[in-house]
Design a protein around this ligand. Structure first.
Ligand code: CUA
Length: 311
C-alpha cells in the first residue's frame, strides 16, 4: 500500500512534487513570457507606447486558474498532514525527552535509552517533552518533524516500514551544542525488537551493572546528557570536565563570594540539585538546570562512584 521508510513518505513526497511541479511551470512560463515581452515590445520594435485597457476575460482567467492551483496544493498537503495528527489507539507509546543537548527515550516497561528502537510495521506514538528550551525532533527519512516546547506535550507518530537505522536529530537551534543533538532511530524486525525489549527490561541488568563500581553511574551520565557539557577527557566545555574532578580543589562563586572547596559527595549532590548555588570560577551561571526530578539520591551516588573512577 505504501512505500518508503515510513507511512508518511508517499503522501509527503507527493505534496512536495505537486507544489514543486506547479512552481516550476510558473517559473519557466513567467520567465519565458518576460523574455518574449522584452524582445517584442522594446523601443525599436514598438516606438509608440500602446495603451491597454482592462480585460475582464484576462482578469477572470488569472484569478480562477491560480485559485484552483492553490486549492490543488492544499488538497495534497492536507491529505498528507491530517493523518499525522491522529495516532491509532493501539500505537506503542514512547516518551521522548529533549534537553540541552541530548535525547532520552522511555518505554512503557521502564527502559531508557538514547537511541530510539522501534519494531517494524507497528505504529509508534511519541510524547514529546522538553525540559529546558525549544527543540525539534526530526527524522528526515520518515518525513516527520515536530517542535518540543517546554511545558507542553506535543505528539508525533509513525510506522517504520523498513528495517534499518535512520538519522534523528534536533532541528531547532537550542544553544552551543545543538549540532551534537543527533542520534538514530533503529527499526527492528518484530522478533528482534521483542528480544531487545524483554532483555533490556530485565532488572537484573541493573543489579549486574551495579556490581562493577561506576558502571551504572556512567550509564546515567550518558542518558542524562551530562557529557554534552562536561567532558570526560579534561577538555573545557560549557562546564568543568569530569576528569580528575572528584577530590580536587576548586574555586567557586557562592553568590558574590569566591571561596575554595573540595569536590566531595556533598558538593556533587548540591551541584546536581542546585547548579547555581556554587558556580565553578570561570564558568557562567544559569547554564545548567536542576536534575532533582531526573536523578534520585541513589542515582547521584552512582554518578559519584563513576566520577571517582575518572582520575
Ligand atoms: Cu536541541 Cu537543537
Amino acid at each position: 500500500m505504501y512505500s518508503g521508510a515510513s507511512n508518511f513518505v508517499t503522501t509527503t513526497d507527493t505534496a512536495f512534487a505537486v507544489i514543486i511541479g506547479i512552481s516550476m511551470v510558473f517559473l519557466i512560463g513567467i520567465t519565458a513570457t518576460m523574455l518574449w515581452f522584452v524582445y517584442r515590445y522594446n523601443r525599436k520594435r514598438n516606438p509608440i507606447a500602446t495603451q491597454i485597457h482592462g480585460s475582464n476575460t484576462l482578469e477572470v482567467i488569472w484569478t480562477v486558474i491560480p485559485t484552483i492551483l492553490v486549492l490543488v496544493m492544499f488538497f495534497y498537503g492536507w491529505k498528507g498532514y491530517a493523518p499525522m495528527r491522529n495516532a491509532p489507539d493501539d500505537a506503542m507509546k514512547i516518551r521522548a525527552t529533549a534537553r540541552m543537548w541530548s535525547w532520552l527515550f522511555e518505554y512503557e516497561n521502564g527502559i531508557k535509552t538514547d537511541t530510539l528502537y522501534v519494531p517494524v510495521n507497528k505504529a509508534v506514538a511519541l510524547d514529546l517533552i522538553s525540559v529546558d528550551v525549544i527543540h525539534s525532533l526530526y527524522i528526515p527519512a520518515f518525513r516527520v518533524k515536530e517542535d518540543m516546547v517546554p511545558g507542553k506535550t506535543n505528539k508525533m507518530w509513525f510506522v517504520g516500514q523498513k528495517e534499518g537505522a535512520y538519522e534523528l536529530f534536533c532541528t531547532e537551534y537550542c544553544g552551543l551544542s545543538h549540532s551534537y543533538m543527533f542520534t538514530e532511530v533503529v527499526v527492528m524486525s518484530e522478533n528482534e525488537f521483542a528480544t531487545w525489549y524483554a532483555e533490556k527490561s530485565d532488572t537484573t541488568g541493573r543489579a549486574a551493572a551495579a556490581a562493577v563500581p561506576g558502571t551504572l553511574g556512567k550509564e546515567l551520565v550518558k542518558q542524562n546528557g551530562c557529557v554534552a557539557c562536561h567532558s570526560l577527557d579534561g577538555s573545557k566545555l560549557i562546564g568543568p570536565s569530569f576528569k580528575g574532578l572528584y577530590g580536587s580543589q576548586h574555586k567557586v562563586m557562592t553568590g558574590n563570594q569566591e571561596r575554595e572547596i573540595t569536590v566531595d559527595d556533598e558538593y556533587i549532590v548540591r551541584a546536581i540539585y542546585e547548579p547555581d548555588a556554587d558556580v565553578a570560577a570561570g564558568y557562567i551561571k544559569g547554564q545548567m538546570i536542576s536534575y532533582r526530578k531526573e536523578l534520585t539520591e541513589q542515582d547521584v551516588n552512582e554518578i559519584i562512584e563513576f566520577l571517582k573512577t575518572l582520575k
